[in-house]
Design a protein around this ligand. Structure first.
Ligand SMILES: Cc1ncc(COP(=O)(O)O)c(C=O)c1O
Length: 388
């Protein structure tokens, strides 16, 4: 406690003791690769170079972009032979999306989002005074007929924001066929596609569908990647992949020019991490642990809830999206669940239109398998009390 008589928080979320909070998509502390990060830092100081402390190149630290391009080219679902000229360093996907809104839209413009979608994105879009319109999704992602209907009704979006792979909150992925259809509508109606791909590299047993960039013949796709989910969110570093024409818009932005490349020092550190071979190792480790945890949650849900809920077993990413019977109200259920020592995020948090009363989202990243199973048992006990 400081002399001020209060203690300011150290991290974004403080979870009450005794509560298993399945609402936050944050990694467990034991998954942060502290030792490897120390080696990467030692390498940074061994070089005795002051470059990491200088204003960084506007597009990003060159060696970082080159190594990132090589790393991405190795990923089967990515574009083949990613060129560093198509990459731009960001301070995370959120910052990249915020800057993209500044550069590619203006207050009052219409933009489309999936319904449901990542709950903070709507706030970023609102900060830019954009008019948000939701597009329905099903188990194959954006329902193209719904999108077409909205376009034919006269709505003209500046862009559509989509999470194509292992979507937050539903875990579903946009099918290859629909990726192509989305691109052809973007060409026909002249809008950009903001593809938030922060989960794409965390696939368990399947090959994720090919990146939207692979179908982009008219420079409409702006893809956002992040180290938050594959390395550590505290690094606040990510990247954008797009055509050179689009990358130059980001490089020439006033914000980039005034402050230099974002998180330049951290990108030097991450570059060392990649060169030491640690990024591949870290992703392999996360995929294995998350897939084991997802399996445990799935089994606990099946054991404790019988046929009362339905869900799809995640094939990657962070989330379970549970559907309860029609009359269920996740927001009313939340305080009771918390009395039972478990928390989650109600479905309506992911949509402005309140269609998802009877849904809730669980994550499996913050706790080990036993605590996750314990959390699901508590949830089921609370649900039994709620339903009786
Ligand atoms: C879909 C999606 N995009 C972006 C983010 C945040 O990414 P970053 O930490 O890179 O800003 C999250 C984090 O939960 C997310 O789920």
């Amino acid at each position: 406690m400081s002399d001020l008589g209060f203690k300011l928080p150290e991290v974004l979320v403080d979870i009450d003791d005794g509560v298993i909070d399945l609402g936050w998509g944050h990694p467990s502390p034991d998954l942060h690769p502290l030792g490897k990060m120390q080696h990467a830092s030692e390498k940074l100081f061994e070089l005795k170079s002051s470059v990491p402390l200088q204003y960084g190149a506007a597009q990003g630290y060159g060696p970082f972009l080159e190594n990132l391009a090589i790393f991405l080219s190795r990923q089967s679902s990515y574009t083949n032979n990613v060129s560093p000229l198509n990459l731009f360093l960001t301070a995370g996907a959120s910052q990249g999306i915020d800057l993209a809104c500044t550069l590619f839209a203006k207050a009052g413009d219409v933009v489309f989002v999936e319904e449901p979608t990542y709950f903070v994105i709507e706030k970023i879009l609102q900060d830019h005074h954009l008019n948000i319109s939701g597009i329905s999704i099903d188990s194959n992602g954006i329902i193209i007929s719904d999108l077409r209907e909205k376009l034919e009704s006269g709505l003209r979006p500046k862009f559509i924001y989509t999470i194509p792979t292992f979507q937050n909150p539903t875990g579903i992925s946009l099918s290859t066929e629909r990726r192509k259809q989305l691109l052809s509508l973007a060409e026909e109606y002249d809008f950009y596609i903001f593809a938030d791909e922060v989960y794409q590299l965390l696939s368990f047993d399947i090959e994720p569908p090919s990146s939207l960039l692979n179908f982009d013949n008219s420079n409409r796709v702006i893809e956002f990647g992040s180290f938050s989910k594959i390395l550590a969110p505290g690094l606040r570093t990510g990247w954008i992949q797009a055509s050179q024409e689009i990358i130059s818009r980001f490089t020439d932005a006033a914000l980039t020019f005034s402050g230099g490349g974002f998180n330049h020092y951290t990108s030097v550190l991450i570059n060392n991490f990649i060169e030491l071979g640690y990024l591949d190792e870290n992703i392999d480790c996360l995929k294995q642990i998350y897939s084991e945890r997802a399996e445990r949650v799935s089994n606990s849900l099946l054991k404790n809830f019988n046929d009362d809920i339905s869900f799809t077993h995640p094939q990657g990413g962070f989330y379970f999206w549970l559907q309860f019977p029609e009359a269920f109200d996740a927001e009313k259920f939340l305080p009771l669940a918390e009395e039972h020592g478990v928390s989650f995020r109600p479905g309506n948090a992911f949509s402005a239109s309140a269609f998802f009363n009877n849904y809730l989202r669980l994550t499996y990243t913050l706790y080990d398998s036993n605590s996750l199973a314990d959390g699901v048992t508590r949830l089921a006990k609370a649900y039994k009390e709620y339903s009786s």
